[in-house]
Every structure is written in structure tokens, then in C-alpha cells.
Design a protein around this ligand. Structure first.
Ligand code: G
Ligand code: G
Ligand code: MN
Ligand code: NA
Length: 254
């Protein structure tokens, strides 16, 4: 509860910030987009991990105002980069189940796009597999409106939830992001490699783009390239960085 109260004040006290991690073309290494990742710097507790505070934000409902701040801030940052000529860059924002289940979500997204003056196609909303697959029927209207707006939906942490192929087919998904645990496990041998191979084949059969997360080594990258993975993300390319740290790499790469 103490952490919840601290988190309640974190927004107004400007203790939250976003780091950005590149998402690159798996074959060329060119930076195609970035993922916004929330960070909380508490004056006494120091850096609090999202793994610790996101669940509290979700259970308390604080994720709604915080998530709104994340989306607006990420959109403004993308606008700033677009003004520097980076017009191809996409921005991915993580959405929690709670945000996704808000009927007002399409309106909120529309406002964010208008205020930042960015096209819908450059904004990607990442939903975890479990959030995307729970109550698909209940969110069908929201999803239809998001699709009409033109924003893209990615399924995050794919392989860790319970996607049925029927449900996956019902959601107008643009991209699957293979969870980093699968990428890590590829090092164990053929059975784990076969698993990643199966996920990539399925995405290809469904006409979805596929991103591998948590790529840390050249060996992992080589294997993912051979499978035909479209995009990669991970420490091998870059850890999440502050905008001013990342910007030289974005400009150099454009
Ligand atoms: O950046 P890091 O690996 O510490 O993130 C841990 C978890 O927090 C990841 O699952 C990530 O998706 C989630 N996360 C990071 N930023 C946000 C955000 O802005 N909103 C939501 N809902 N989750 C986030
Ligand atoms: O759940 P989601 O995919 O949004 O979480 C992304 C999280 O993974 C971020 O918190 C980020 O810090 C972390 N991350 C990104 N790249 C790597 C990596 O190469 N290795 C590890 N261990 N974590 C990573
Ligand atoms: Mn993510
Ligand atoms: Na993920």
C-alpha cells in the first residue's frame, strides 16, 4: 500500500520517465522503430522495476492515468523525432489488459494522435498475449475502432499466454513478438530451436510480421535470420535508452 501511495504521487512529482529500445530489421540491422518502456525513479527507493510497480498500477487502477501519460509522452517524442526527419520510425507502446478493456480507448488514442500530430500508422499498441486473448468478444468493438483508426496491434510476450488460433484469427493483429524466454532457450539446443521455428512459421502462415525479443548474441541473431524473422530487439542491438542517448543512433541510421 505504501508503494501504491508513492506511485499515486509519482506522476505529478515527475518521477516517471520513458526509455526507448530500438526494434531493428533482422537482416539489415536498420532501426525501424522503438518501444517505449516505463521507468520509475523514486527519491528514496531509487529505481523501482516495472515488474514490481506495473502489477500495482494495474490492481489499483493507476495504470489508466499512467498509461495515458505513457501514450501521450511517447507520441510527443515520436513527433520530435519526426521533426528531425525520422519519418519512417514507429513507436510501440505497451498496453495493460485494464487499458485495453476501456471502451474509451479508441477515443483516447485518437486524442493522442491529434495532439502529437502523428499518423496512426506509426503507432503500435503492444498487448500481452493473455490480455489480448481474454474476453476477445468483449473487446471486439474496441479493436474494430482501433483498426479503423489505423493504429497497429502487436501481440507481446507471444508463446507465454494461451492464444487459440481461432482467437488470434479474430484479432486484426499486425505483429507477433516472440517472448524473450524462447530466444534465450534457443541456446539449449534443437528442441527449443524447433519451438521458435514453429512460431515463426505460424506467423508467416497467418501473414503476420514477427519480432524476436531479447536477442543478446550474434548466434541467436543468425539463427533468427535463417528462420526468416522480420525484426529483432534486444541488448545485442541496444538496451533501452533515454531519448538524448538514443537520438544519435537514430539519426546516424536514417
Ligand atoms: O523494461 P522492463 O523489462 O523492465 O519491463 C518489464 C515489464 O514492464 C515488461 O513486461 C514491459 O512490457 C512492462 N512495461 C514497461 N513499460 C510499460 C508501460 O508503459 N505500460 C505497461 N502496461 N507495461 C509496461
Ligand atoms: O514484456 P516486454 O516485452 O514489453 O518487456 C520488454 C523488457 O525486456 C524491457 O523491460 C527490456 O528492458 C527487457 N529487455 C529488452 N531487451 C532485452 C534483452 O536482450 N535481454 C533481456 N534480458 N531483457 C531485455
Ligand atoms: Mn513490450
Ligand atoms: Na515481450
Amino acid at each position: 500500500l505504501e508503494l501504491e501511495n508513492a506511485l499515486r504521487r509519482a506522476l505529478e512529482r515527475e518521477q516517471l520517465c520513458l526509455h526507448y529500445q530500438p526494434q531493428v530489421d533482422a537482416n539489415t540491422g536498420k532501426i525501424l522503430g522503438v518501444e517505449a518502456l516505463l521507468r520509475w525513479q523514486h527519491p528514496k527507493l531509487g529505481a523501482v522495476s516495472p515488474a514490481e510497480f506495473i502489477p500495482i498500477a494495474e490492481s489499483s487502477g493507476l495504470i489508466l492515468p499512467i498509461g495515458q501519460w505513457v501514450m501521450a509522452t511517447a507520441a510527443q517524442q515520436l513527433k520530435a523525432w519526426r521533426d528531425k526527419g525520422l519519418l519512417h520510425l514507429t513507436m510501440s507502446v505497451n498496453l495493460s489488459a485494464r487499458q485495453f478493456h476501456q471502451p474509451q480507448l479508441p477515443d483516447l488514442v485518437r486524442q493522442v494522435l491529434e495532439q502529437a500530430n502523428i499518423p496512426a500508422q506509426v503507432l503500435e499498441l503492444e498487448l500481452t498475449e493473455s490480455a489480448a486473448m481474454s474476453e476477445v468478444v468483449a473487446v471486439e468493438q474496441t479493436v474494430a475502432e482501433l483498426q479503423k483508426l489505423g493504429v497497429r496491434l502487436s501481440i507481446d510476450d507471444f508463446g507465454t499466454g494461451y492464444a487459440s488460433l481461432t482467437q488470434l484469427k479474430r484479432l486484426p493483429t499486425y505483429k507477433l513478438k516472440i517472448d524473450q524466454s524462447f530466444v534465450r532457450d534457443m541456446d539449449n539446443g534443437d528442441a527449443d530451436k524447433a519451438m521458435v521455428n514453429a512460431i515463426v512459421r505460424m506467423a508467416q502462415a497467418m501473414g503476420l510480421r514477427i519480432t524476436a525479443e531479447g536477442v543478446e548474441t550474434q548466434e541467436q541473431l543468425k539463427f533468427l535470420q535463417a528462420l526468416g524473422c522480420d525484426e529483432a530487439q534486444g541488448y545485442y542491438f541496444s538496451r533501452p535508452r533515454l531519448p538524448h542517448e538514443l537520438e544519435p543512433f537514430l539519426l546516424q541510421d536514417s
